[in-house]
Design a protein. Structure first.
Length: 94
């Protein structure tokens, strides 16, 4: 028996079983909300058999790793500047 997962925008997924797809999507939504609040140490931990959603999970986690690293470097540099230590340099990637 095929099951369908339909999102608000009309996107749908079909399969014999989603193997955690809705859990991963829900966790991505919750993680995005935490990032919106300024919490960068959160990651998507649930797994799914759906390769598209699995790739989304991996990409979101890689993005969060990169973002958290940049925020740590920014905070460290700004703390140095606050104490009149202007040796650290902010590198801006284009």
């Amino acid at each position: 028996m095929k099951r369908w997962l339909i999102l608000e925008d009309g996107t749908y997924f079909e399969g014999e079983g989603f193997g955690g797809t809705s859990n991963v999507i829900g966790e991505i939504v919750l993680t995005a909300d935490k990032v919106n609040q300024g919490i960068f140490r959160c990651r998507v931990k649930s797994d799914t058999k759906n390769p598209m959603i699995s790739t989304l999970k991996k990409t979101v986690n890689q993005m969060l790793n990169s973002l958290e690293d940049k925020m740590i470097k920014l905070e460290s540099t700004l703390n140095s500047y606050a104490t009149d230590d202007f040796r650290p340099v902010l590198e801006i990637e284009s």
